[in-house]
Structures are given as C-alpha cells and as structure tokens.
Design a binder for this molecule. Structure first.
Ligand code: CMC
Length: 428
C-alpha cells in the first residue's frame, strides 16, 4: 500500500500521498494542501520544495552523484562530445550516428546571426558586461526569429532549439572581440562546434588562429560539466518564465540573467578575482579563510565554496580540478593562482567552520583557472557557463511545456499592514 503522510492541524487530520522518484527520492504530494486545510507552506529559498517532476538530471548531494538521463557525469565528460550531451539532455536518448549527423549539421548551418542584431549590439557601451549583452541579445532573438509557429500551425520548437544552440556562441564572441578593439568574426561552418567558437574568439584578419586540440578537449569537458543541474536558480527561472507560455528566447534570456548573479554562475568570475586579490595581498590563505568564517561581520564569502545540494563533494569540481592540472601541464602554463586555490581548498577542508557546514569547492572553484589558461578573459567566464548550460535550459523548458505544467505562481505569507483608511494628500 502506498505511504501517506498524516497532518493534524486545528484538531483535524488530513492525509497526503507520498511519491518516490526512480532514484528513490521521497516526497509529500501537497498539491491539494491549501484546498483541504486552508494552509500554505513557507519554504524560503525552496530548500525543501520540489517544483516539478523531471526525467532529465539526477543529483544526490550526499553521495556526490550527478547523472544526465541516467548517464554518469564522469562517463559523459570522458567519452562524449558536448553536442551529443546536448542531444541527450534535450531529446532523452543518446543520438544514433544518423541523428547526431543531422543534429550537428543543422546547428552548423544556423550559426550566422541576422545582421540587424549587430545594430542592437553596437548600441551597447564597449565596457558593458558580456552577460548583460548576452541576455539582451537572446531576448532580441525573439524579434528576429519570431516564426514561433509554421504557416500551417506546426510546432517550430526544434528549429528554435537549433537556432539557440547555433547562434549563442556567435553572439557570445562579439563582446570579447569589441572589448579587444578587434573586428568581429563570422562563424566558419567548416569547423565543428567548439573549434568554431574558438576561431570566432581568437582568429584575426591578419593571422590565422591555430586550433589546439588540448584547448578543444578542455572546453568540451567544461561545457559538458555545466550542461544541466536540475532545478537550480537559472533553470527554475527558465521554467517559471516559460510556464506563462513566454517564448523560448525570452525564457532562456531570463535564465541568463539569473545565472549572472555571483551566488550562481557569476561565482566563476568572483573566484578568479578573489584569488588574484589573495595573491596581490601576499598569498596568505589563512587570513581569507578567517575572513570567510566571520562572514557575518566581514561580509566576505569564499566564492567557489558551498552548494545548496552537494553536502559531501561536487563531482564536477573533482573532474575540473584534475582537468585544471592536466591543461596547465599540457599547455606549459604555470599559473600561481592555481597554487593559491589549492592552498585555500586545503585550509578550508581542514577547518571546523567549513567541515561542520559541509562546504566544499563547487564547479566554479577551478573552472576559471582553466578558462584563463585557454585565453578566455575573466568577464567572459559566466558567458562560458551560459554556453554550457544552454542545452539544460532548453531541455527543461521543453519538458515543462510537454508536461503542460500550470503557470508557476508561488504563494506568500502576507506580513504588511491590515486594511486602513486612505488619507488624501492634503491631509497628510
Ligand atoms: N563561504 C563562507 N561561508 C559560507 C559559504 C562560503 N562560500 N557558503 C555558505 N557558507 C555558510 C553560511 O554563512 C552559513 O553559515 P551559518 O549557518 O553560520 O549562517 C552556512 O554556510 C550555510 O550557507 P547558506 O548560505 O545558508 O547555504 P545556501 O544553500 O543557501 O547557499 C551557496 C549555497 C552556493 C549560495 C553558498 O554556499 C555560497 O554563497 N557560496 C559562494 C558562491 C558560489 O560559489 N556559488 C556557486 C554555486 S555552484 C554553481 C552554481 O550554482 O552556479
């Protein structure tokens, strides 16, 4: 017999069904709570609230497990290409060779961005943060690619998915090019996804850019590790915006804005800036560990540490830490901030404050060190995260639409003034 949860309130008893996911995660189904009891729940930050049922990504924070559609992140990072993983997330299965060829080829043929989008881009100040520009331009795509339904009413979602995957890297490189005072590069459809991105970033009209397979491989791993992470802040944003039936471009644009925050994807930029500050300050990691321990008075947090769900270790951080060592060795780079990062991790992992709060390095702690080694500037780090997370946002948006989820609309506990009489301006 299925379990039920009993609730007694105001002298009455109610029972609610329980649910169990395929990986044995347990939940109370309180969909009818308010109808039955008149009560709502309060769960600030949604620490205990499942907003949806999802078949895309599973993570177990206690055991440090992350799986996309049932495949271990370690396997995917070692054996798959980013576009294979994108297909897996969006369509639920690994593509066959034919499906992959078709998917990859469609993306290749949609990399060019409408020239009028450049006029919008030109209106941004040179110093604009690339994340703000990215969110705006993705939102603007809804105006340029507004054929959300075909002439005979057929669903064009797949075409928009291809457009987003194809054009996001193109748009992302514009900000970098302009920050350097260099001309913007067009995509080259003879190149694969990651080489094409690198070529748009780094090639110049005056000299060819030699694509280094070490760099391509490192980016492939990083993008896969970032590709989805179930109902995190930006993904929940994408689903919430999409639940009002807003189009996919507006929904993803909202996700990009959510990702930008320093507590979420923006942490990768903060980490490198923090490590640089520690280095400039003499490299005394203990001093910064102490500052973080007194966050309530110093206001300082160790960026790249802690996670809402992982309470043991972040499996992505484990892969990235090793990748950082490998990439720096292969590229012959000696980055002193890598040593500072390792020292900081070591100090924190042996400190009671961090141990008791289960604070471990997260995905953002070492990723910036790799991006830097690949020549990607600090203010582009979160953009790299967005390129990686795009397939996850798309998959989650698509699932939300296919499950015909109702519009997202949380409740609140009102704590403001009760009804009072209006006093006209002259009497105030
Ligand atoms: N440095 C110092 N103390 C911390 C940190 C940190 N990075 N993270 C959490 N704590 C402390 C916090 O002060 C609190 O202590 P107390 O119980 O004494 O008040 C306790 O640990 C629990 O923290 P919380 O803020 O309630 O935990 P949360 O689940 O709400 O926040 C987090 C999770 C990721 C926002 C937080 O750990 C954080 O701000 N980390 C730094 C930013 C960061 O690296 N973000 C990237 C997250 S992973 C990738 C992604 O999501 O994009």
């Amino acid at each position: 017999m299925a379990n039920t949860a009993e609730l007694t309130v105001d002298g009455k008893s109610y029972s609610f069904p329980t649910l169990e996911g395929t990986e044995h995660e347990k939940a109370f189904d309180i969909s009818n709570l308010r109808d039955q009891t008149g009560y709502v729940t309060l769960d600030r930050g949604y620490k205990n609230t499942g907003a949806t049922k999802s078949a895309i990504t599973f993570l177990d924070g206690e055991q440090g497990i992350l799986q996309y559609r049932g495949y271990a992140i370690e396997d995917l990072a070692a054996k798959a290409s980013f576009l294979e993983v994108a297909y897996l997330l969006i369509y639920g299965e690994l593509p066959t060779k034919d499906q992959y060829a078709q998917f990859e080829n469609s993306i290749r043929r949609h990399t060019l961005v409408n020239e009028d989008m450049r006029k919008i881009f030109d209106g941004f100040p040179v110093k604009a943060h690339p994340m703000g520009v990215l969110a705006s331009l993705v939102s603007a795509m809804s105006a340029f690619y507004s054929d959300l339904e075909g002439s005979s009413g057929e669903d064009k979602t797949d075409l928009h998915i291809i457009r987003l995957l194809a054009k996001l890297p193109t748009i992302a490189t514009w900000s970098y090019k302009r920050s350097q005072g260099h001309p913007i590069n067009y995509p080259k459809n003879s190149l694969d996804y990651i080489p094409n991105f690198l070529n748009m970033m780094f090639s110049l009209p005056v000299e060819d850019y030699k694509i280094d397979p070490v760099v391509v491989e490192a980016l492939n791993v990083l993008l896969i590790l970032h590709a989805d992470h179930e109902q995190n802040c930006s993904t929940s944003t994408v689903r919430l915006v999409g639940s009002s039936q807003a189009n996919i471009y507006s929904s993803i644009s909202a996700g990009i804005s959510a990702l930008w925050g320093p507590l979420h994807g923006g942490a990768n930029q903060e980490v490198i800036e923090m490590l640089e500050n520690i280095k400039a300050d003499g490299g005394d990691v203990a001093k910064y560990v102490d500052m973080a321990k007194n966050a309530k008075t110093t206001g300082f947090r160790l960026f790249g540490f802690g996670h809402r769900v992982y309470k043991n270790f972040d499996p992505r951080a484990k892969i990235i830490k090793k990748a950082a060592d490998d990439v720096l060795t292969k590229l012959g780079i000696n980055d002193p901030v890598l040593e500072i990062a390792k020292g900081l991790e070591e100090a924190a992992l042996h400190d009671e404050y961090f141990v008791s709060r289960k604070l471990y390095p997260n995905v953002d702690f070492y990723s910036g060190i790799i991006y830097r080694a690949l020549g990607i500037p600090t203010n582009m780090f979160t953009v790299m995260f967005a390129i990686g997370r795009l397939p996850g946002w798309i998959a989650q948006w698509k699932e939300m639409r296919e499950q015909k989820e109702p519009i997202g609309r949380p409740r609140q506990i009102y704590t403001g003034p009760t009804l009072r009489e209006f006093v006209s301006l002259e009497n105030r």
